[in-house]
Design a protein around this ligand. Structure first.
Ligand code: NAD
Length: 486
Protein backbone atom coordinates (compact mmCIF):
# COMPACT_ATOMS: atom_id res chain seq x y z
CA UNK A 1 0.00 0.00 0.00
CA UNK A 2 1.42 3.48 -0.90
CA UNK A 3 2.05 5.86 2.03
CA UNK A 4 -0.96 8.14 2.63
CA UNK A 5 1.06 11.37 2.69
CA UNK A 6 3.16 10.57 -0.39
CA UNK A 7 0.01 9.71 -2.31
CA UNK A 8 -1.91 12.83 -1.27
CA UNK A 9 1.13 15.02 -2.06
CA UNK A 10 1.21 13.56 -5.61
CA UNK A 11 -2.38 14.62 -6.40
CA UNK A 12 -2.85 18.02 -8.07
CA UNK A 13 -5.04 20.19 -5.82
CA UNK A 14 -5.53 23.18 -8.14
CA UNK A 15 -8.12 23.44 -10.90
CA UNK A 16 -7.14 21.42 -13.94
CA UNK A 17 -7.44 23.88 -16.83
CA UNK A 18 -5.52 24.04 -20.10
CA UNK A 19 -3.37 21.05 -19.25
CA UNK A 20 -2.18 22.27 -15.87
CA UNK A 21 -3.16 22.64 -12.26
CA UNK A 22 -3.75 26.22 -11.13
CA UNK A 23 -5.35 28.11 -8.24
CA UNK A 24 -8.94 29.35 -8.45
CA UNK A 25 -9.28 32.94 -9.70
CA UNK A 26 -10.73 33.82 -6.28
CA UNK A 27 -7.81 32.10 -4.49
CA UNK A 28 -10.37 30.12 -2.45
CA UNK A 29 -9.88 26.50 -1.40
CA UNK A 30 -12.06 24.00 0.43
CA UNK A 31 -11.40 21.03 2.70
CA UNK A 32 -11.75 17.42 1.62
CA UNK A 33 -12.39 15.14 4.61
CA UNK A 34 -11.48 11.53 5.28
CA UNK A 35 -14.88 10.07 6.28
CA UNK A 36 -13.25 7.30 8.35
CA UNK A 37 -11.64 9.86 10.69
CA UNK A 38 -13.47 13.14 10.08
CA UNK A 39 -10.05 14.76 9.58
CA UNK A 40 -8.98 17.02 6.70
CA UNK A 41 -7.28 15.03 3.93
CA UNK A 42 -6.44 17.86 1.54
CA UNK A 43 -7.43 21.35 0.48
CA UNK A 44 -8.59 21.79 -3.08
CA UNK A 45 -9.06 24.91 -5.23
CA UNK A 46 -12.68 26.13 -5.31
CA UNK A 47 -13.80 27.03 -8.85
CA UNK A 48 -16.25 29.83 -9.65
CA UNK A 49 -17.71 31.51 -12.74
CA UNK A 50 -14.37 33.04 -13.86
CA UNK A 51 -12.72 29.61 -13.79
CA UNK A 52 -15.69 28.12 -15.65
CA UNK A 53 -15.12 30.68 -18.38
CA UNK A 54 -11.39 29.84 -18.50
CA UNK A 55 -12.15 26.11 -18.86
CA UNK A 56 -14.61 26.80 -21.68
CA UNK A 57 -12.10 29.07 -23.43
CA UNK A 58 -9.37 26.41 -23.29
CA UNK A 59 -11.84 23.75 -24.53
CA UNK A 60 -13.09 25.99 -27.35
CA UNK A 61 -9.50 26.64 -28.48
CA UNK A 62 -8.93 22.92 -29.16
CA UNK A 63 -12.46 21.68 -29.99
CA UNK A 64 -12.11 21.74 -33.78
CA UNK A 65 -8.63 20.24 -33.73
CA UNK A 66 -9.70 17.45 -31.35
CA UNK A 67 -12.78 16.68 -33.48
CA UNK A 68 -10.51 16.44 -36.54
CA UNK A 69 -7.87 14.30 -34.81
CA UNK A 70 -7.72 10.85 -36.39
CA UNK A 71 -9.91 8.38 -34.46
CA UNK A 72 -6.94 6.04 -34.12
CA UNK A 73 -4.95 8.75 -32.32
CA UNK A 74 -7.87 9.53 -29.97
CA UNK A 75 -8.16 5.78 -29.37
CA UNK A 76 -4.47 5.41 -28.56
CA UNK A 77 -4.56 8.22 -25.99
CA UNK A 78 -7.53 6.56 -24.28
CA UNK A 79 -5.76 3.22 -24.38
CA UNK A 80 -2.62 4.72 -22.81
CA UNK A 81 -4.76 6.31 -20.10
CA UNK A 82 -6.33 2.88 -19.45
CA UNK A 83 -2.87 1.36 -19.09
CA UNK A 84 -1.60 4.13 -16.79
CA UNK A 85 -4.67 3.91 -14.51
CA UNK A 86 -4.21 0.13 -14.40
CA UNK A 87 -0.50 0.48 -13.58
CA UNK A 88 -1.37 2.93 -10.81
CA UNK A 89 -4.31 0.92 -9.52
CA UNK A 90 -3.03 0.90 -5.94
CA UNK A 91 -2.76 4.71 -5.91
CA UNK A 92 -6.24 5.21 -7.36
CA UNK A 93 -7.72 2.62 -4.99
CA UNK A 94 -6.17 4.06 -1.85
CA UNK A 95 -7.13 7.60 -2.90
CA UNK A 96 -10.79 6.54 -3.24
CA UNK A 97 -10.67 4.71 0.07
CA UNK A 98 -9.27 7.84 1.73
CA UNK A 99 -11.72 10.37 0.25
CA UNK A 100 -14.84 8.21 -0.12
CA UNK A 101 -14.34 5.53 2.55
CA UNK A 102 -15.00 2.24 0.74
CA UNK A 103 -12.82 -0.79 1.62
CA UNK A 104 -9.71 -1.24 -0.52
CA UNK A 105 -11.15 -4.36 -2.18
CA UNK A 106 -14.17 -2.32 -3.35
CA UNK A 107 -11.84 0.48 -4.51
CA UNK A 108 -9.72 -1.95 -6.52
CA UNK A 109 -12.92 -3.29 -8.08
CA UNK A 110 -13.88 0.24 -9.05
CA UNK A 111 -10.44 0.92 -10.58
CA UNK A 112 -10.81 -2.15 -12.80
CA UNK A 113 -14.40 -1.21 -13.73
CA UNK A 114 -13.63 2.51 -14.19
CA UNK A 115 -10.49 1.91 -16.27
CA UNK A 116 -12.40 -0.50 -18.52
CA UNK A 117 -14.54 2.39 -19.83
CA UNK A 118 -11.32 3.94 -21.20
CA UNK A 119 -10.37 0.69 -22.95
CA UNK A 120 -13.91 -0.01 -24.22
CA UNK A 121 -14.28 3.49 -25.69
CA UNK A 122 -10.73 3.43 -27.13
CA UNK A 123 -12.05 0.48 -29.15
CA UNK A 124 -15.29 2.31 -30.04
CA UNK A 125 -13.48 5.47 -31.24
CA UNK A 126 -12.56 3.75 -34.51
CA UNK A 127 -16.08 2.34 -35.11
CA UNK A 128 -18.13 5.53 -35.44
CA UNK A 129 -20.14 4.84 -38.58
CA UNK A 130 -22.75 6.56 -40.67
CA UNK A 131 -24.55 5.09 -43.70
CA UNK A 132 -25.34 5.74 -47.34
CA UNK A 133 -28.60 4.69 -48.98
CA UNK A 134 -30.34 5.48 -52.24
CA UNK A 135 -33.58 7.43 -51.76
CA UNK A 136 -36.50 5.04 -52.40
CA UNK A 137 -37.73 7.17 -55.32
CA UNK A 138 -34.24 7.23 -56.86
CA UNK A 139 -34.14 11.00 -56.45
CA UNK A 140 -30.80 11.13 -54.68
CA UNK A 141 -28.45 9.67 -52.11
CA UNK A 142 -29.04 9.82 -48.38
CA UNK A 143 -25.72 10.21 -46.58
CA UNK A 144 -25.81 10.02 -42.78
CA UNK A 145 -22.75 11.07 -40.81
CA UNK A 146 -21.94 11.28 -37.10
CA UNK A 147 -20.26 14.38 -35.69
CA UNK A 148 -19.07 15.19 -32.16
CA UNK A 149 -21.65 17.26 -30.25
CA UNK A 150 -19.00 19.76 -29.07
CA UNK A 151 -17.95 20.83 -25.59
CA UNK A 152 -19.48 18.67 -22.83
CA UNK A 153 -19.92 19.07 -19.09
CA UNK A 154 -19.87 16.03 -16.79
CA UNK A 155 -21.25 16.38 -13.26
CA UNK A 156 -20.41 13.36 -11.10
CA UNK A 157 -21.44 12.02 -7.66
CA UNK A 158 -19.21 10.96 -4.78
CA UNK A 159 -20.08 7.26 -4.58
CA UNK A 160 -17.90 6.07 -7.50
CA UNK A 161 -15.28 8.85 -7.79
CA UNK A 162 -13.42 7.25 -10.71
CA UNK A 163 -15.97 5.24 -12.67
CA UNK A 164 -18.65 7.94 -12.84
CA UNK A 165 -16.00 10.15 -14.48
CA UNK A 166 -14.49 7.61 -16.89
CA UNK A 167 -17.84 6.44 -18.22
CA UNK A 168 -18.47 10.01 -19.40
CA UNK A 169 -14.91 11.05 -20.30
CA UNK A 170 -14.24 7.84 -22.28
CA UNK A 171 -17.08 8.24 -24.80
CA UNK A 172 -16.73 12.04 -25.01
CA UNK A 173 -13.04 11.89 -25.93
CA UNK A 174 -13.60 8.92 -28.23
CA UNK A 175 -16.31 10.85 -30.08
CA UNK A 176 -14.05 13.91 -30.45
CA UNK A 177 -15.59 16.17 -27.76
CA UNK A 178 -13.68 18.20 -25.15
CA UNK A 179 -14.95 17.54 -21.63
CA UNK A 180 -15.17 19.66 -18.47
CA UNK A 181 -15.73 17.61 -15.30
CA UNK A 182 -17.32 19.01 -12.15
CA UNK A 183 -16.58 16.28 -9.58
CA UNK A 184 -18.54 15.89 -6.32
CA UNK A 185 -17.29 18.21 -3.57
CA UNK A 186 -16.77 15.27 -1.16
CA UNK A 187 -14.46 13.36 -3.55
CA UNK A 188 -12.66 15.67 -6.00
CA UNK A 189 -9.17 14.16 -5.66
CA UNK A 190 -9.64 11.06 -7.83
CA UNK A 191 -10.60 13.16 -10.91
CA UNK A 192 -7.61 15.42 -10.28
CA UNK A 193 -5.27 12.42 -10.39
CA UNK A 194 -7.03 11.15 -13.51
CA UNK A 195 -6.50 14.50 -15.27
CA UNK A 196 -2.76 14.28 -14.54
CA UNK A 197 -2.74 10.70 -15.90
CA UNK A 198 -4.47 11.86 -19.10
CA UNK A 199 -1.81 14.54 -19.58
CA UNK A 200 0.85 11.84 -19.20
CA UNK A 201 -1.06 9.74 -21.77
CA UNK A 202 -0.62 12.57 -24.30
CA UNK A 203 -4.04 14.25 -24.19
CA UNK A 204 -3.69 17.77 -25.63
CA UNK A 205 -4.17 20.65 -23.16
CA UNK A 206 -7.75 21.98 -23.06
CA UNK A 207 -9.46 18.71 -24.04
CA UNK A 208 -10.09 17.77 -20.40
CA UNK A 209 -10.67 20.19 -17.51
CA UNK A 210 -11.58 19.45 -13.89
CA UNK A 211 -13.37 22.07 -11.78
CA UNK A 212 -13.87 21.12 -8.12
CA UNK A 213 -16.16 23.62 -6.41
CA UNK A 214 -18.21 24.16 -3.28
CA UNK A 215 -20.59 26.27 -5.38
CA UNK A 216 -21.92 23.55 -7.69
CA UNK A 217 -25.11 25.45 -8.53
CA UNK A 218 -23.34 28.74 -9.39
CA UNK A 219 -20.42 27.25 -11.31
CA UNK A 220 -22.63 24.86 -13.29
CA UNK A 221 -25.14 27.64 -14.04
CA UNK A 222 -22.28 29.76 -15.47
CA UNK A 223 -21.17 26.87 -17.70
CA UNK A 224 -24.71 26.04 -18.85
CA UNK A 225 -25.55 29.64 -19.71
CA UNK A 226 -22.60 29.82 -22.11
CA UNK A 227 -23.46 28.96 -25.73
CA UNK A 228 -20.06 27.28 -26.19
CA UNK A 229 -21.31 24.37 -24.05
CA UNK A 230 -23.39 21.85 -26.07
CA UNK A 231 -24.09 18.96 -23.72
CA UNK A 232 -24.34 17.95 -20.09
CA UNK A 233 -24.05 14.44 -18.70
CA UNK A 234 -25.14 14.21 -15.07
CA UNK A 235 -25.02 11.39 -12.53
CA UNK A 236 -26.63 12.12 -9.20
CA UNK A 237 -29.96 12.55 -7.49
CA UNK A 238 -33.26 12.89 -9.32
CA UNK A 239 -33.86 16.18 -7.48
CA UNK A 240 -30.75 17.85 -8.93
CA UNK A 241 -31.15 16.07 -12.29
CA UNK A 242 -34.62 17.47 -12.88
CA UNK A 243 -33.38 20.99 -12.03
CA UNK A 244 -30.60 20.57 -14.59
CA UNK A 245 -33.04 19.33 -17.25
CA UNK A 246 -35.07 22.52 -16.73
CA UNK A 247 -31.90 24.63 -16.82
CA UNK A 248 -30.67 22.94 -20.00
CA UNK A 249 -33.75 24.16 -21.87
CA UNK A 250 -32.32 27.70 -22.22
CA UNK A 251 -29.48 26.66 -24.53
CA UNK A 252 -31.30 23.48 -25.73
CA UNK A 253 -28.42 21.31 -24.50
CA UNK A 254 -28.15 17.61 -25.19
CA UNK A 255 -28.63 15.87 -21.83
CA UNK A 256 -27.79 12.45 -20.39
CA UNK A 257 -29.21 11.82 -16.93
CA UNK A 258 -28.21 8.93 -14.67
CA UNK A 259 -30.38 9.55 -11.62
CA UNK A 260 -31.57 7.87 -8.46
CA UNK A 261 -32.87 4.34 -8.06
CA UNK A 262 -35.00 2.24 -5.74
CA UNK A 263 -34.07 -1.22 -7.02
CA UNK A 264 -36.15 -4.23 -6.00
CA UNK A 265 -34.52 -7.64 -5.59
CA UNK A 266 -37.12 -10.41 -5.74
CA UNK A 267 -36.54 -13.90 -4.38
CA UNK A 268 -39.15 -16.37 -5.67
CA UNK A 269 -40.02 -19.68 -4.02
CA UNK A 270 -38.18 -21.61 -6.76
CA UNK A 271 -34.92 -19.65 -6.28
CA UNK A 272 -31.58 -21.22 -5.40
CA UNK A 273 -31.40 -19.71 -1.89
CA UNK A 274 -27.61 -19.89 -1.60
CA UNK A 275 -27.26 -17.91 -4.81
CA UNK A 276 -30.04 -15.52 -3.73
CA UNK A 277 -28.34 -14.71 -0.40
CA UNK A 278 -25.00 -14.14 -2.15
CA UNK A 279 -26.69 -12.00 -4.81
CA UNK A 280 -28.60 -9.95 -2.23
CA UNK A 281 -25.37 -9.32 -0.31
CA UNK A 282 -23.62 -8.16 -3.48
CA UNK A 283 -26.54 -6.02 -4.64
CA UNK A 284 -27.13 -4.50 -1.19
CA UNK A 285 -23.74 -4.27 0.50
CA UNK A 286 -21.34 -3.59 -2.40
CA UNK A 287 -19.90 -0.08 -2.02
CA UNK A 288 -21.41 0.05 1.50
CA UNK A 289 -24.89 0.21 -0.03
CA UNK A 290 -24.01 3.61 -1.49
CA UNK A 291 -24.90 2.73 -5.09
CA UNK A 292 -27.75 3.86 -7.32
CA UNK A 293 -28.21 0.20 -8.33
CA UNK A 294 -28.23 -1.03 -4.70
CA UNK A 295 -31.06 -3.43 -3.85
CA UNK A 296 -33.16 -0.98 -1.90
CA UNK A 297 -36.04 -3.35 -1.29
CA UNK A 298 -35.55 -7.12 -0.95
CA UNK A 299 -38.88 -8.79 -1.73
CA UNK A 300 -39.15 -12.47 -0.76
CA UNK A 301 -41.94 -14.92 -1.51
CA UNK A 302 -43.54 -16.03 1.76
CA UNK A 303 -42.63 -19.77 1.77
CA UNK A 304 -38.88 -18.95 1.72
CA UNK A 305 -38.99 -15.59 3.55
CA UNK A 306 -38.01 -16.76 7.06
CA UNK A 307 -35.10 -18.90 5.97
CA UNK A 308 -33.83 -16.28 3.51
CA UNK A 309 -34.05 -13.45 6.06
CA UNK A 310 -32.27 -15.46 8.75
CA UNK A 311 -29.42 -16.30 6.40
CA UNK A 312 -29.15 -12.75 5.09
CA UNK A 313 -29.18 -11.34 8.63
CA UNK A 314 -26.43 -13.70 9.78
CA UNK A 315 -24.25 -12.73 6.81
CA UNK A 316 -24.82 -8.98 7.21
CA UNK A 317 -24.27 -9.05 10.98
CA UNK A 318 -20.89 -10.63 10.24
CA UNK A 319 -19.56 -7.65 8.24
CA UNK A 320 -16.49 -6.12 9.87
CA UNK A 321 -16.89 -2.33 10.09
CA UNK A 322 -13.78 -0.17 9.98
CA UNK A 323 -11.57 2.20 7.96
CA UNK A 324 -11.34 0.92 4.42
CA UNK A 325 -7.55 0.62 4.46
CA UNK A 326 -7.54 -1.81 7.42
CA UNK A 327 -7.16 -5.53 6.72
CA UNK A 328 -10.44 -7.38 7.03
CA UNK A 329 -12.64 -4.26 6.88
CA UNK A 330 -15.68 -5.04 4.71
CA UNK A 331 -17.77 -1.95 5.46
CA UNK A 332 -16.33 1.56 5.51
CA UNK A 333 -17.90 4.80 6.75
CA UNK A 334 -20.85 6.67 5.25
CA UNK A 335 -19.63 9.56 3.08
CA UNK A 336 -20.39 12.35 5.58
CA UNK A 337 -22.18 13.14 8.84
CA UNK A 338 -25.24 14.50 7.01
CA UNK A 339 -25.79 11.28 5.04
CA UNK A 340 -25.14 9.16 8.15
CA UNK A 341 -27.77 11.14 10.09
CA UNK A 342 -30.24 10.87 7.18
CA UNK A 343 -29.76 7.09 7.16
CA UNK A 344 -30.25 6.89 10.94
CA UNK A 345 -33.47 8.94 10.66
CA UNK A 346 -34.82 6.60 7.93
CA UNK A 347 -34.19 3.53 10.12
CA UNK A 348 -35.59 5.18 13.28
CA UNK A 349 -38.72 6.20 11.38
CA UNK A 350 -39.25 2.65 10.05
CA UNK A 351 -38.79 1.16 13.55
CA UNK A 352 -41.20 3.74 15.03
CA UNK A 353 -43.67 2.62 12.35
CA UNK A 354 -43.45 -1.00 13.59
CA UNK A 355 -40.54 -2.49 11.61
CA UNK A 356 -38.53 -5.27 13.27
CA UNK A 357 -34.80 -4.68 13.66
CA UNK A 358 -33.04 -7.98 12.92
CA UNK A 359 -29.53 -6.56 13.39
CA UNK A 360 -27.75 -3.19 13.63
CA UNK A 361 -29.86 -0.05 13.68
CA UNK A 362 -27.46 2.58 15.06
CA UNK A 363 -24.48 4.76 14.23
CA UNK A 364 -21.14 3.40 15.45
CA UNK A 365 -19.59 5.49 18.26
CA UNK A 366 -16.10 6.94 17.74
CA UNK A 367 -14.42 9.01 15.05
CA UNK A 368 -15.66 8.97 11.45
CA UNK A 369 -19.17 8.51 10.09
CA UNK A 370 -19.85 4.77 10.53
CA UNK A 371 -23.26 3.10 10.63
CA UNK A 372 -23.79 -0.52 11.68
CA UNK A 373 -24.83 -3.07 9.02
CA UNK A 374 -28.58 -3.38 9.48
CA UNK A 375 -31.49 -5.62 8.48
CA UNK A 376 -35.17 -4.68 8.91
CA UNK A 377 -38.30 -6.68 8.15
CA UNK A 378 -42.04 -6.44 8.95
CA UNK A 379 -41.89 -2.91 7.59
CA UNK A 380 -45.11 -0.88 7.25
CA UNK A 381 -45.88 -0.72 3.49
CA UNK A 382 -46.07 3.10 3.49
CA UNK A 383 -42.71 3.57 5.28
CA UNK A 384 -40.43 6.25 3.87
CA UNK A 385 -37.54 3.75 3.85
CA UNK A 386 -39.32 1.75 1.13
CA UNK A 387 -39.95 4.83 -1.03
CA UNK A 388 -36.64 6.71 -0.77
CA UNK A 389 -33.13 5.65 -1.69
CA UNK A 390 -31.53 4.15 1.43
CA UNK A 391 -27.96 4.76 0.25
CA UNK A 392 -26.29 2.84 3.07
CA UNK A 393 -25.75 -0.62 4.59
CA UNK A 394 -29.39 -1.13 5.58
CA UNK A 395 -31.30 -4.04 4.03
CA UNK A 396 -35.10 -3.97 4.06
CA UNK A 397 -36.95 -7.27 3.60
CA UNK A 398 -40.62 -7.44 2.59
CA UNK A 399 -42.60 -10.68 2.13
CA UNK A 400 -45.04 -11.22 -0.78
CA UNK A 401 -47.55 -13.96 -1.61
CA UNK A 402 -47.47 -14.63 -5.35
CA UNK A 403 -45.71 -13.59 -8.56
CA UNK A 404 -48.30 -10.98 -9.45
CA UNK A 405 -48.03 -9.26 -6.07
CA UNK A 406 -44.22 -9.44 -6.16
CA UNK A 407 -44.09 -7.71 -9.54
CA UNK A 408 -46.63 -5.08 -8.46
CA UNK A 409 -44.58 -4.29 -5.34
CA UNK A 410 -41.35 -4.18 -7.37
CA UNK A 411 -42.83 -1.69 -9.84
CA UNK A 412 -44.52 0.50 -7.21
CA UNK A 413 -41.88 3.25 -7.38
CA UNK A 414 -41.30 6.35 -9.46
CA UNK A 415 -37.78 5.06 -10.15
CA UNK A 416 -36.79 2.54 -12.83
CA UNK A 417 -33.02 2.01 -12.79
CA UNK A 418 -32.10 -1.58 -11.84
CA UNK A 419 -34.15 -4.59 -10.74
CA UNK A 420 -32.98 -8.08 -9.80
CA UNK A 421 -34.68 -11.40 -9.28
CA UNK A 422 -33.85 -14.96 -8.31
CA UNK A 423 -35.89 -17.80 -9.79
CA UNK A 424 -35.14 -21.05 -11.65
CA UNK A 425 -38.29 -21.77 -13.68
CA UNK A 426 -37.79 -20.64 -17.29
CA UNK A 427 -41.39 -19.47 -17.81
CA UNK A 428 -41.13 -17.32 -14.68
CA UNK A 429 -37.74 -15.92 -15.74
CA UNK A 430 -39.20 -14.89 -19.10
CA UNK A 431 -42.36 -13.34 -17.60
CA UNK A 432 -40.69 -11.47 -14.75
CA UNK A 433 -37.78 -10.06 -16.78
CA UNK A 434 -40.30 -8.51 -19.18
CA UNK A 435 -42.69 -7.27 -16.47
CA UNK A 436 -40.13 -5.40 -14.37
CA UNK A 437 -40.16 -1.67 -15.14
CA UNK A 438 -36.43 -0.93 -15.11
CA UNK A 439 -33.67 -0.01 -17.53
CA UNK A 440 -31.58 -2.98 -16.31
CA UNK A 441 -32.64 -6.37 -15.00
CA UNK A 442 -30.33 -8.88 -13.31
CA UNK A 443 -31.49 -12.50 -13.56
CA UNK A 444 -29.90 -14.62 -10.84
CA UNK A 445 -27.18 -11.95 -10.63
CA UNK A 446 -26.60 -9.29 -8.00
CA UNK A 447 -24.01 -7.26 -9.93
CA UNK A 448 -24.85 -6.16 -13.46
CA UNK A 449 -22.66 -3.16 -14.35
CA UNK A 450 -20.42 -3.77 -17.36
CA UNK A 451 -18.74 -1.13 -19.55
CA UNK A 452 -19.82 -3.11 -22.63
CA UNK A 453 -23.51 -2.94 -21.63
CA UNK A 454 -25.88 0.06 -21.80
CA UNK A 455 -26.35 1.38 -18.26
CA UNK A 456 -29.36 3.61 -17.75
CA UNK A 457 -32.77 4.04 -16.23
CA UNK A 458 -36.38 4.75 -17.15
CA UNK A 459 -39.09 6.73 -15.35
CA UNK A 460 -37.47 9.16 -12.86
CA UNK A 461 -34.15 7.29 -13.02
CA UNK A 462 -33.02 9.13 -16.09
CA UNK A 463 -32.48 9.59 -19.79
CA UNK A 464 -29.94 7.89 -22.04
CA UNK A 465 -27.36 5.12 -21.60
CA UNK A 466 -23.71 4.93 -20.61
CA UNK A 467 -21.48 2.10 -21.80
CA UNK A 468 -21.98 -0.30 -24.67
CA UNK A 469 -22.43 0.82 -28.27
CA UNK A 470 -25.15 3.10 -26.97
CA UNK A 471 -22.75 5.08 -24.74
CA UNK A 472 -20.91 6.89 -27.52
CA UNK A 473 -24.12 7.84 -29.36
CA UNK A 474 -24.86 10.28 -26.51
CA UNK A 475 -21.85 12.34 -27.69
CA UNK A 476 -22.61 12.32 -31.42
CA UNK A 477 -24.94 14.41 -33.55
CA UNK A 478 -26.54 12.83 -36.60
CA UNK A 479 -26.18 14.80 -39.86
CA UNK A 480 -28.08 14.03 -43.06
CA UNK A 481 -26.42 15.14 -46.30
CA UNK A 482 -28.69 15.01 -49.37
CA UNK A 483 -26.70 14.25 -52.56
CA UNK A 484 -28.03 14.17 -56.10
CA UNK A 485 -28.47 10.77 -57.78
CA UNK A 486 -25.24 9.32 -59.12
P1 NAD B 1 -26.33 14.94 -5.85
O1 NAD B 1 -27.42 15.04 -6.86
O2 NAD B 1 -26.50 15.65 -4.56
O3 NAD B 1 -24.96 15.47 -6.45
C1 NAD B 1 -24.43 14.98 -7.67
C2 NAD B 1 -23.55 16.04 -8.28
O4 NAD B 1 -24.33 17.17 -8.61
C3 NAD B 1 -22.43 16.53 -7.37
O5 NAD B 1 -21.28 16.76 -8.16
C4 NAD B 1 -22.98 17.85 -6.86
O6 NAD B 1 -22.00 18.77 -6.50
C5 NAD B 1 -23.75 18.34 -8.07
N1 NAD B 1 -24.81 19.30 -7.77
C6 NAD B 1 -25.56 19.39 -6.65
N2 NAD B 1 -26.45 20.41 -6.77
C7 NAD B 1 -26.26 20.95 -8.00
C8 NAD B 1 -26.88 22.02 -8.72
N3 NAD B 1 -27.88 22.74 -8.21
N4 NAD B 1 -26.44 22.29 -9.96
C9 NAD B 1 -25.45 21.56 -10.49
N5 NAD B 1 -24.82 20.55 -9.88
C10 NAD B 1 -25.23 20.24 -8.65
O7 NAD B 1 -26.07 13.39 -5.63
P2 NAD B 1 -25.00 12.69 -4.68
O8 NAD B 1 -25.54 12.70 -3.30
O9 NAD B 1 -23.63 13.22 -4.92
O10 NAD B 1 -25.00 11.21 -5.28
C11 NAD B 1 -25.92 10.28 -4.91
C12 NAD B 1 -27.03 10.22 -5.97
O11 NAD B 1 -26.48 9.86 -7.22
C13 NAD B 1 -28.05 9.15 -5.66
O12 NAD B 1 -29.33 9.63 -5.91
C14 NAD B 1 -27.68 8.04 -6.64
O13 NAD B 1 -28.73 7.17 -6.95
C15 NAD B 1 -27.23 8.81 -7.81
N6 NAD B 1 -26.39 7.97 -8.68
C16 NAD B 1 -26.90 7.57 -9.87
C17 NAD B 1 -26.14 6.77 -10.70
C18 NAD B 1 -26.68 6.31 -12.01
O14 NAD B 1 -25.90 5.91 -12.86
N7 NAD B 1 -27.98 6.35 -12.25
C19 NAD B 1 -24.85 6.40 -10.32
C20 NAD B 1 -24.35 6.83 -9.09
C21 NAD B 1 -25.14 7.63 -8.28
Amino acid sequence: MPSFDTLIDSVPTGLWIDGQSRPAASGREFDVLNPATGEVLAQVADAGATDADAALTSAAAVADEWAATAPRIRAEILRRAFELVTQRKDDFALLMTLEMGKPLADSLGEVAYGAEFLRWFSEEAVRINGRVTTAPAGTGEIVVTKEPVGICLAITPWNFPLAMGTRKIGPALAAGCPMIVKPAEDTPLTMQLLAAVFAEAGLPAGVLSVLPTMDAAGTVAALMADPRLRKISFTGSTRVGSTLIAQSADQVLRTSMELGGNAPLLVFDDADLDAAVDGALAAKMRNGGEACTAANRILVQRPVADEFTERLTAAIADYTVGPGWEDGSRLGPIINARQRDRLAALVDDAVAGGARLRTGGAAVAGPGFFYAPTVLDDIAPDSTILREEVFGPVATVVAFDDEEQGIALANATEYGLAAYFYATRLDRIQRVSRALQAGMVGVNRGVISDPAAPFGGIKQSGLGSEGGYEGIAEYLNTKYIALPPT
